[in-house]
Design a binder for this molecule. Structure first.
Ligand code: NAD
Length: 360
C-alpha cells in the first residue's frame, strides 16, 4: 500500500531521532512491500529560522494532506536560544499548540510499558512491579478545565479566581469511542477515571461512557475515582489496560504513569482527531543539552512511529514487528547512554536506529 507521511524533525535532537525512525519505517516498507512518501514540514525553531514564525499555513496544509504526521520535538534552551527573545506567540511552543489546534487533535494517547530489561530504572519495588505493566492513557485534550471560562475578580479587597470545568456529551462520546476502539486492539479492558462522587461533569462522563460501552460487548468497563487511580498506579500498575480520562486528570495521571517506567527516552505518544489521522511524537522534549552528539535515545520516536502504523495506517502486523525489534535489541543488551547499565553495550543514536531497522 502507498501512504504519505509528514515528517517534522523540529529542533535539538529532533532531526537525529526522526532520521532513525525513518530508517526503521524504510525497513518496514522493504519487508512488507509498502511505499511511504515523506514530506518534510518545518515547525518550531526550525520554522522561525526560515520563515520568522513557528508555523506557516503551508506547513499546516502539508500536514493535513498526509495520512499521518511523525514529529521529533521542538524548542531550544530558553536561557540561550534567540527564539526566546521573541514575544510568546512567536516562540517555538506556540507553533506546536497551533498545529495541534489546526489538526483538531482531541485525543492524547500515552502508553506506559515496562521492559523487563529496564526494570532497574522503575522506582517501584519488585513485588509491586510483578509481571510488569502495559497500559495506555487516553486523555481528552481540548475540553474541560483548561479550556473553560476563567476569571479573577476582587471584592472588598479580597481576590477570587474561578475556572470552569465544562464537558458536553459529544466531547465525551468521541473520546470514549477512541478509548474503546483502542481497547479492541489490546486486552479489551477500559478503566474510566472520573470524580463522579463530587463533580457533575464526571457524572455525565460516566453516563456517556456507559452508553458507548454498550456498543463494545467484548470490552470490560470499570469506573475508578481519580484519587484511587493515582494510588493504584503505584500500588498495582499491572491491573490497567486502557485508562480513559478527561483533560486535567489525564495530564496528571499520564505523567505519573510515565515516571513509573523510569526512562524518558523510551516513551511514545500520539494525538488523534476524529478520523484515523494523528500526530505522533516522543513524550520527551528536544534535549538541547545533548543535541548533535549522537547521544539521544531514538526509541521513543521509533515507538511513536509504531503507534502511527497501528492507529493511523491500520498496519498492526507492521507495528508489532517494530515493537518486537525494539524488544530484541534491548534483550541483546544494546543501550543508549540514558538507559545504560552494567554488562550492556553502549551505542549512539545512529547505531541504535541501525540495529532496530535490521531487527525489523
Ligand atoms: P527534555 O525532555 O528535552 O530533557 C530533559 C532531560 O532528559 C535532559 O537531560 C535531556 O538530555 C534528557 N532527554 C530527553 N530526551 C532524551 C532522549 N531521547 N535520549 C536521552 N536523553 C533524553 O526537557 P527540557 O530540557 O525541559 O526541555 C528542552 C526543550 O524541549 C524546551 O525548549 C522545551 O520547551 C521543549 N519541549 C518540547 C516538547 C515537544 O516538542 N512536544 C515537549 C517537552 C519539552
Amino acid at each position: 500500500m502507498d501512504y504519505s507521511i509528514a515528517l517534522i524533525p523540529g529542533d535539538g535532537i529532533g532531526p537525529e531521532i526522526v532520521k532513525e525512525a525513518k530508517k526503521v519505517l524504510d525497513a518496514v516498507c522493504r519487508k512488507y512491500h509498502h511505499t511511504f512518501t515523506y514530506s518534510e514540514v518545518l515547525l518550531g525553531g526550525a520554522s522561525i529560522d526560515v520563515h520568522g514564525v513557528p508555523l506557516t499555513e503551508d506547513a499546516v496544509a502539508r500536514a493535513k494532506a498526509s495520512d499521518a504526521v511523525l514529529m521529533g520535538s521542538i524548542g531550544g534552551d530558553a536561557k540561550t536560544s534567540p527564539w526566546y527573545q521573541l514575544e510568546p506567540s512567536r516562540r517555538p511552543e506556540a507553533g506546536l499548540l497551533a498545529i495541534r489546534k489546526a489538526l483538531n487533535l482531541f485525543a492524547n494517547l500515552r502508553p506506559a510499558y515496562l521492559y523487563k530489561e529496564l526494570q532497574k530504572a522503575c522506582p517501584l519495588k519488585e513485588e509491586v512491579i510483578g509481571d510488569g505493566f502495559d497500559m495506555i492513557i487516553v486523555r481528552e485534550l481540548t475540553g474541560g478545565l483548561y479550556f473553560g471560562e476563567r476569571k479573577t475578580t476582587e471584592e472588598n479587597g479580597v481576590k477570587t479566581a474561578v475556572d470552569t470545568l465544562t464537558y458536553n456529551e459529544n466531547e465525551i462520546r468521541r473520546i470514549a469511542v477512541k478509548a474503546f476502539d483502542i481497547a479492541m486492539k489490546r486486552s479489551k479492558k477500559v478503566t474510566s477515571v472520573d470524580k463522579a462522587n463530587v463533580l457533575d461533569s464526571s457524572r455525565l462522563w460516566r453516563k456517556v461512557v456507559e452508553e458507548v460501552a454498550a456498543d463494545y460487548p467484548e470490552v470490560t468497563l470499570e469506573h475508578m475515582l481519580v484519587d484511587n487511580c493515582a494510588m493504584q498506579l503505584v500500588h498495582n500498575p499491572g491491573q490497567f489496560d486502557v485508562i480513559l480520562t478527561e483533560n486535567m486528570f489525564g495530564d496528571i495521571l499520564s505523567d505519573e504513569a510515565s515516571m513509573v517506567t523510569g526512562s524518558i527516552g523510551m516513551l511514545s505518544s500520539a494525538s488523534l482527531n476524529d478520523t484515523k489521522f494523528g500526530l505522533y511524537e516522543p513524550s520527551h522534549g528536544s534535549a538541547p543539552d545533548i543535541a548533535g552528539q549522537d547521544k539521544a535515545n531514538p526509541i521513543a520516536t521509533i515507538l511513536s512511529a509504531a503507534m502511527m502504523l497501528r492507529y493511523s495506517l491500520d498496519l498492526d502486523k507492521e507495528a508489532d514487528a517494530v515493537e518486537a525489534a525494539v524488544q530484541k535489541v534491548l534483550t541483546e543488551g544494546y543501550r543508549t547512554c540514558d538507559i545504560m547499565s552494567e554488562g550492556c553495550t553502549e551505542v549512539g543514536t545512529s547505531k541504535m536506529g541501525d540495529l532496530i531497522a535490521e531487527a525489523v
